[in-house]
Design a protein around this ligand. Structure first.
Ligand code: PMP
Length: 459
């Protein structure tokens, strides 16, 4: 979109009229927002001409990279042919049917059905209603409680934010809603104490069993979790964690909701993150890379068993005006075609993933970096003043992380901070040369952060 406004004018208008998500509005208004004007491949350009390497694929979503004309062409064609129609009143359309069929082919096992939404949050709110309705329809209306995890992230709508374990979100608006409880996360670096990672993974998984026994298995509907926690800081669990969770869920007949909003569609080198961990989900939340973020679309993949119960129990009183929006569905299909035909997911697994892994893990040679974790193209480092004790910095948590993030931006790299963890999830089309550039900027930014915190006495 063209504009005659200067950067300063745009910043002023943004501060005057635009409320930003997860932002301290007046602080940002005083600083002045960065205005992104265009993007191509893995690079963003801002209104001041900076070319920034996007180490976060937007918000984890731009899998095929920016600037793919094919998606724009498909959207324009679909808008001309059928820009909108609903799927409520005994109607459907070709993009909805084709995308649902394609997703059923891609998803392993018996995940053969999909309920569409426009975001991950809406999909998780759908899941809340789906699982409760499922058990009620099966004659077990008491089986309603959903177990989730502290520091998980599942979205910002009321149900999804209640699933999430972000205390700062719960404090605003009286969350979680009743019937959602949380257990601890498998974050060994921050919470593992003196136990080994494997021992700690088992301990944290067994909290699920303890919670089920405390509530009564006849009261627990489902467990929801991200295979790898994304917004919580890219927490890759110890290897012992998921097998034990799987065992417990099977034992007590509890539905598993795998939130694949970040991990889905190749991020980890498999089509779905749960495929690494032997998880057999009944419901899978999808969004983000489903359309590479070019248009909003999300959904819930549902197993044969759950779909059969829902389909046979009268009307499911739930849906969104934009469920299976034809333009979004057509764009998602084209995106999935590109991911498959260009071998992008295989490339993450076989080429770029292994290439960056070695370089990323070597970041522990930096004096500020404690652990460095990576799976495919999703990675994190924990910043620490003392690796041997896994110590936290003195002062408020996140001060060093935020400083490091700002230094990254000044070095034309988007690397996000979660507290004092730094995280990346670049577009899946990133090349080895671009990975070299990313790593160069990461090292440069860590060096500068180290100098600054030494100078400011934060070490
Ligand atoms: N689940 C996970 C795992 C997410 O990371 C997110 C968004 N970051 C969501 C759900 C919510 O998705 P949306 O922002 O599209 O509502």
């Amino acid at each position: 979109m063209e504009t005659n406004y200067t950067t300063e004018q745009l910043q002023r208008l943004d501060a005057a009229h635009h409320l930003h998500p997860f932002t301290h509005g007046s602080a940002l208004g005083a600083k002045g927002v960065r205005i992104i004007t265009e993007a191509d491949g893995v690079f963003l350009r801002d209104s001041q001409g900076n070319e920034i390497l996007d180490g976060m694929a937007g918000l984890w979503c731009v899998a095929i990279g920016y600037g793919r004309d094919e998606l724009a062409d498909v959207a324009a064609e679909q808008m001309r042919q059928l820009p909108y129609y609903n799927t409520f009143f005994q109607t459907s359309h070709v993009p909805a049917i084709t995308l649902a069929t394609r997703l059923a082919e891609l998803a392993p096992g018996d995940l053969n059905h999909v309920f569409f939404s426009t975001s991950g949050s809406e999909a998780n709110d759908t899941n809340l209603r789906l699982v409760r309705h499922y058990w009620a329809a099966k004659g077990q209306p008491e089986k309603q409680t959903i177990i989730a995890r502290w520091n998980g992230y599942h979205g910002s709508t009321v149900g999804a934010a209640s699933f999430g374990g972000m205390k700062g979100m719960h404090e605003q608006g009286g969350l979680p809603i009743p019937g959602i409880v949380h257990i601890n996360q498998p974050d060994w670096w921050s919470e593992g104490g003196d136990t080994s990672p494997e021992e700690f993974g088992l301990q944290r998984a067994r909290e699920l069993e303890e919670k089920i026994l405390e509530l009564g298995e006849d009261k627990v509907a489902a467990f929801i979790a991200e295979p790898i926690q994304g917004a919580g800081g890219v927490i890759i669990p110890p290897d012992s964690y998921w097998p034990e969770i799987n065992r417990i869920l099977k034992k007590y007949d509890i539905l598993m909701i795998a939130d694949e909003v970040i991990c889905g569609f190749g991020r980890t080198g498999e089509w779905f993150g749960f495929q690494h961990y032997g998880i057999e989900p009944d419901i899978v939340t999808i969004a983000k890379a489903l359309s590479s973020g070019y248009v909003p679309i999300g959904g819930s993949l549902v197993s044969d068993e759950v779909a059969a119960v829902i389909n046979d129990s009268g009307e499911f009183n739930h849906g969104f005006t934009y469920s299976a929006h034809p333009v979004a569905a057509a764009v998602a299909l084209e995106n999935l075609r590109i991911l498959k035909e260009e071998g992008i997911v295989d490339r993450v697994k076989e080429t770029t993933g292994p290439y960056i892994k070695e370089k990323w893990e070597a970041l522990t040679d930096h004096p500020l970096v404690g652990e460095a974790k990576i799976k495919g193209l999703i990675a994190s480092i924990a910043l620490t003043p003392d690796k041997s004790t896994r110590a936290k910095f003195a002062g408020e948590e996140g001060t060093v992380g935020t400083l490091c993030r700002d230094i990254c931006v000044a070095n034309n790299l988007v690397m996000r901070a979660v507290g004092d963890r730094m995280i990346i999830a670049p577009p899946l089309v990133i090349t080895n040369d671009e990975i070299d550039l990313l790593m160069e900027r990461v090292w440069q930014s860590l060096d500068q952060t180290y100098e600054r915190i030494q100078a400011e006495g934060l070490l």
